[in-house]
Ligand binder design. Sequence first.
Ligand code: NAG
Ligand code: NAG
Ligand code: NAG
Length: 437
Amino acid sequence: MAANLAIIMVTILFLVIHHQTTPTTAATNVVKTEVFRSPEMVMEPGLVSNKDYFNVEFPRGHIGLKSFNAELVDERGNLLPLHEVYLHHWVLNRYFARENRSGADDLSIVRNSGICGNRLTQYFGVGAETRRTSTYIPHPYAIQVGDPATIPEGYEEGWVLNVHAIDTRGADDKMGCTECRCNLYGFSEAGGGLHCCPDDGRCRLKQGFRGENKTIYLRYTVKYVDWDSSSIVPVDIYILDVTDVWTKADQSKGIRATHYCKVEYGVESCGVGVEKDGCVDTKSVTFSFPVGGEVVYGVGHQHAGGVGTTLYDQGGRTICSSKPIYGEGNEAGNEAGFIVGMSTCYPTPAAPVKILAGETLTLVSNYSSVESHTGVMALFYLLLAHSQPKPLPTLASKFMMVPEFVWPIVLLGVVVIVVVVAWKGIIGNSEGYETIP
Ligand SMILES: *[C@@H]1O[C@H](CO)[C@@H](O)[C@H](O)[C@H]1NC(C)=O
Ligand SMILES: *[C@@H]1O[C@H](CO)[C@@H](O)[C@H](O)[C@H]1NC(C)=O
Ligand SMILES: *[C@@H]1O[C@H](CO)[C@@H](O)[C@H](O)[C@H]1NC(C)=O
């Protein structure tokens, strides 16, 4: 009798608790998706567009970013293939802004956590590989933004999107245009790089080529969750660059380490007489990483010609190796000759990857040197967690979490059972417990 009652009570308690806790945990971690379009870019054959769009549309409030994907589309939303309009890069930066007394915008970029001192301040940013590169941050991690406690009084958080696109329709040398080779853009200097394909620059076209103007957009998709510090673990963004010119810190003199990132470099052709297999240009950089943490996500960034980039720890073990995926067809997302994706790293809790504060890391980038390349890059984007995910609530702590208003319901249930059992006891006295109505 008493045992029966106890079982019924526990069952009711369990049902009530289960009903109360399951939906609330799920609701806070619902991933929301919003799709936006950048301001329009009017392209014509050979034209470069490299503009900053301040205050672009973006989810507002205290949120955790889960992913950011982007691609070029035309006015009807059709995907543009890279061999028509090449997406050199897009970069999303965060800032705080306010209108100052003279009515001008007082604006400061909120840099990611490092490590370049001069550039690469973005939260997200890739290039041609955008369509097939996962940017998803797994549960329980997210990039925390919009926290009112970190936005200075009187300021507002905003986002600036930089899009660098090159219209290569009718180009004399399509690949050369995408590599920003100076001679193709009317500059007399050798080599290439971003300085030779500035906004409104023009790449050389085949003689007599004519093509219509085209209005294009960067369509971007942001996934996020409402921030909840009890269930989300924040991650910090670090961008490493193989061209980083690093000067060591000198504690005795109070000098901090500096990182000057050149971002671009050139690859020389291995020349005639070298076997094709041997034509690999290897560039590497070794530096001390300033903070410790657990790797949640890693991805490299390379341009066409790239054959892989790897980050090694102090012991020479691989932290993350990211390889390019080359297209094989003609359609958007699979353009032959272009890097259409980069492989990513998602260490699992079973095989965690940690970086220690002050650990010496080495970043290696390989490019094919069968042909020369200009304006290439090798960046590594890392997301690190500095705290451990909180353990899942145990049954005991679930009991503690039962909201106060639930207890009267539980009590009512107990009262009902007691009354029913007592009533059954009274009317069933003569027939005993075996009564079947
Ligand atoms: C578009 O075409 C017109 C001529 O039809 C031209 O004047 C204009 O400059 C073109 N380019 C852009 C980027 O608007
Ligand atoms: C307002 O901001 C502009 C641009 O940053 C700056 O040049 C100007 O000096 C500022 N004026 C005041 C009164 O702070
Ligand atoms: C780079 O190329 C060298 C030489 O071919 C090779 O030993 C190394 O494993 C490669 N590293 C990466 C990151 O691809």
